[in-house]
Design a protein around this ligand. Structure first.
Ligand code: BDR
Ligand code: CA
Length: 324
């Protein structure tokens, strides 16, 4: 059994906003060999208060009010806060009856990991601010954590976007990412060049709405709204129209099924300064005669069809009423 903490900037449920963190939480709940023990929230896709409300709301929909949710960092370590698009603000988010746990995410991560050395896997699917703060509070977390799986970076590709040349999670808090990369913790990164290859289609979202139970209908509708937003805002991405990437669910999936991706040891550095290359990750693949020391493993390829099969089956499974 994999004991899991998910650190997330979940926005599923804020109208028209990114949905993949929500599916990542659902996947962790649905995979029979994962035990989701703690959810911590971080500023990223949305502000941290909205992410906290949405995490509570989503866990309620998944029948998992027993999983503690602890609020985390409201801003990046050093970088100025980026604007959250108006569509993702708290005013449109439904109220919840449950409240977040006491304390703050970084301390909760430290306590949870240090209480069970070698047992807890931390899956970080938002900016790395909380993880960096946890490692600063207690550097021994780097030795006590079983593994840190990060959705972040782009290693064998490029975003081809001048406004945000680095992948979003690293771009929001490159200093947090640098702290994590220097920590010595066992790190595995699934980067954008790989996660972009695992996609949910509008037709699959429609099938969730049609055949799913309460969660499937909700998640399918959120997915349609997100795909519509992407199609409108990125009309030039003709090869991805009508679909959206399942970035964060892939990070959850590889905890149970590491063979879904190909892993390659690397030394990853992140650009923390400058405006043009902010958040860009550079991966040295250790091929020179005198390579730098590896500080992580990166995913370089993915078995996309196998992931999608596992994902759709697991998501259907979280809905007792689902038919498909
Ligand atoms: C990452 O950024 C967010 O928008 C997604 O949830 C994912 O964690 C992809 O770049
Ligand atoms: Ca995310």
């Amino acid at each position: 059994m994999h004991r899991v903490i998910i650190d997330t900037d979940v926005a599923m449920g804020a109208p028209g906003s990114d949905i993949d963190d929500g599916f990542a939480l659902a996947l962790a709940v649905g995979l029979p060999d994962q035990r989701l023990e703690l959810v911590t929230t971080v500023n990223g896709n949305t502000d941290v208060d909205t992410a906290t409300t949405l995490a509570l709301e989503l866990l309620h929909r998944l029948g998992r009010d027993d999983v503690p949710v602890v609020r985390g960092a409201a801003v990046p370590l050093l970088r100025p806060q980026h604007e959250h698009p108006a569509r993702e603000r708290a005013s449109e988010v439904p109220p919840t009856t449950r409240h977040a746990g006491n304390g703050r995410a970084a301390a909760a991560i430290v306590e949870h990991v240090m209480a069970s050395p070698g047992e807890v896997t931390l899956v970080a699917i938002g900016p790395l601010t909380n993880v960096a703060l946890a490692l600063a509070l207690e550097p021994a977390v780097a030795r006590a954590v079983r593994s840190v799986v990060v959705m972040g970076g782009v290693f064998l590709g490029h975003t081809h976007q001048l406004r945000m040349p680095g992948e979003f999670n690293i771009w929001v808090d490159p200093d947090g990412a640098a702290v994590v990369l220097a920590s010595g913790a066992p790190l595995r990164f699934v980067g954008l060049d790989v996660t972009r290859q695992v996609r949910l289609t509008a037709e699959q979202a429609d099938a969730m709405v049609r055949d799913g139970g309460a969660f499937g209908r909700y998640a399918g509708e959120c997915t349609r709204a997100w795909i519509d937003f992407l199609d409108t805002s990125h009309p030039g991405d003709t090869h991805t129209l009508g679909t959206c990437a399942m970035h964060d669910p892939l990070a959850v999936a590889v905890v149970s099924r590491p063979e879904l991706v190909t892993w390659q040891p690397a030394h990853v550095a992140v650009e923390t300064r400058g405006d043009v290359a902010r958040g860009v990750t550079v991966a040295d693949l250790l091929t020179s005669r005198t390579p730098p020391e590896a500080n992580c493993e990166i995913a370089t390829a993915v078995r996309a069809d196998e992931f999608t099969e596992l994902f759709l089956r697991s998501i259907a499974g979280v809905d007792p009423a689902a038919t498909g």
